[in-house]
Design a protein around this ligand. Sequence first.
Ligand code: GTP
Length: 746
Amino acid sequence: MQFGVPFSVLRGCVRHCRSCSSPACGWRAQWRRSYSFLKDDVKSLRAVVNPDISKIRNIGIMAHIDAGKTTTTERMLYYSGYTRALGDVDDGDTVTDYMAQERERGITIQSAAVTFDWKEYRINLIDTPGHVDFTLEVERALRVLDGAVAVFDASAGVEAQTLTVWRQADKHKIPCVCFLNKMDKPGASLSYSLESIKTKLKANPVLLQIPIGSGKGFIGLVDLITKQRMVWQGKSWADDGRLFESRVLEPTDDPELLEEVDQARGGLIEQVADLDDEFAELLLGKYSDNFDAVPAGKFQEAVRRVTLARKGVPVLCGSSLKNKGVQPLLDAITAYLPVLPFFKHENLQQLWMTVLVHDKQRGPLVFLRIYSGTMKPQSAIYNINRNGTERMSRLLLPFADQHVEIPSLSAGNIALTVGLKQTVTGDTIVSSKASAAAAARRAQKGAEEKRGSALSNRESSSLVLAGVEVPDPVFFCSIEPPTMSKQADLEHALNCLQREDPSLKVRTDPDSGQTILCGMGELHIEILHDRIKREYNIETHLGPLQVAYRETILQSVTTTETLDRTLGEKRHIVNAELTVSPWSESAKRHKWHPSHEKSCFLCAGPLLGYPVQGVSTVIRSVHVEPGTSLAMVSACISRCMLKALQQASGQVLEPVMALEVTVGEEYLSSVLGDLAQRRGCVRDIQSRHDNKVLLATVPLAEMMGYSTVLRTLSSGTATFSLELASYEPMNPQAQTSLLNKMAGLS
Ligand SMILES: Nc1nc2c(ncn2[C@@H]2O[C@H](COP(=O)(O)OP(=O)(O)OP(=O)(O)O)[C@@H](O)[C@H]2O)c(=O)[nH]1
């Protein structure tokens, strides 16, 4: 037996595979793939299925697209003994990018959870996507993590999407460690990267390592806390970096390096003492004669406190592709990142879990973060968001697309469950309805005592539920099955995909009856289309991609509407008067409440039927004759509202994107010329080594197919990222041409 996991654990798999001949059978594939495990690889998992909570690290790995998250994750898996061979994104054989599209495109689309052990720690690591179309994927991963590793391309420093994910980590108060990857690149710069962390992320970098050599000559690191000199003498591509020389820096070492280390270490001691009083006291007391003599253990503890308090972020460096610096990064994850730092679960004596990702193919697989209690297979659970009870059948430990069945899992772990049919990404589940009610009561009581005031029901339930914020889609298109007989299959596929990906919205066009897909970007829709084909075997036809506009009004209008209708024996008479005004105007007069915006948002705009925003409505009077039904009252007010909107000078609002293009100077003018034609507005042009970084805002409608055009303009060298900045009024010319186009006049 080759597996290193108990036979009982694999028995289900063996039985299943012997009786099942389907080539698509996941268990069969796992059975075959399982041979790729080293004998000892999962030894510690066998020894400790439920490690002590202090020894668990639930970590996300996040960054701008292409910074090297997946490559870094692959190295971590390899050095921890989880995989036998080094996976390579460029060869399409990584563990965490396991979807076919991810391997083909070399990008991460879906967060993948991987469990592995490093030294005496259990690390549950989630590789999140870097592309902005999949931001929600990062968001939902972050909210259940305890810490994150932010990976940077050391030659680019902070890039556009790094800012976005950093903001998300900030929102969830997640302590981070920064890893300056790609130190082997000729343009890699430690000082540039540190500066951009300071200025762009407004973070306080705490540099823990000094690189030895630069660019192609980058061979290793000196740890500033332990003064350990680590050198990877990899001379060939085949060198896997597993073995490296590690010894304390000696006086006979390169004097330049010694001086650099001394200076940097002195600076680090000062910086940490400024941020941590306990460390400052230690220095001023016992080690006042010689700061340098402070023990590494005490120094590390202080850096940990600084990291957890989010007063500073440890910065490490390396080159994942060249197999340098990943082992110290793993050490830093265990040393400086926490477990459960911010989730207070004293109110929850029972199970307390949050769904992370819903998987496909093998049926509904649901990733769960266990916050308290112990989870067992074959048990019923209560879903707070859906207000329903359902049963899970099996419990697994996730290894990207390979899973090991386990008999129980305790707090702190990330588990995978089979059998949950109602649960959707972002839901919170507990062991029973009674425990949810008790937790809510305890939470409310605690909050009341703290604030000395009673909470509304809504507020108290929000203590129990922490939902994922789902951004509004910016693109949509129709989707059609090849034949009507496939419509039900398509609906099923779309339902499954929506459970998995809340940023996908599906609706039916009221006029044409067509199914409409709404997504976060061109790539998002393209990937969904591809997944429907590959995973659900339905060859669908997509209509042209359209921008999700919004509408508002430019004038205040007061209007009345009368509804007089006889239905059967009954006569219904309503008369309503209301005023609609642009939000900016009415905001001066009325206090804003979020529910206002929501109710307005539900209206279809007067110009093209897009959702209306920025409109305030005041219902001035409603006269209702006796016997009139409520439905008639509501119908009358809706008609009155539509009439008012039609008279109030409609204005189309279009999504405007923040664009960042990194391009060689020689191609800058053609990129700028192209942007001018796209109604782009250049905000800034910065220099980054030999490249120019162009910051602009551009209407989304002008950005279709931009990646292909940019590739052509820059001979494939430029990169770009696009993120929704705001909804802005269209200029009259562009609006007229849009209205004509929609009316089929042009
Ligand atoms: N020179 C150099 N290239 C690297 C290094 N690490 C990764 N790369 C390359 O950078 C590219 C992107 O690497 P990935 O690991 O896919 O990056 P990612 O951040 O996971 O990308 P997404 O998942 O798409 O966001 C690949 O071509 C890698 O070979 C490194 O340390 N040095």
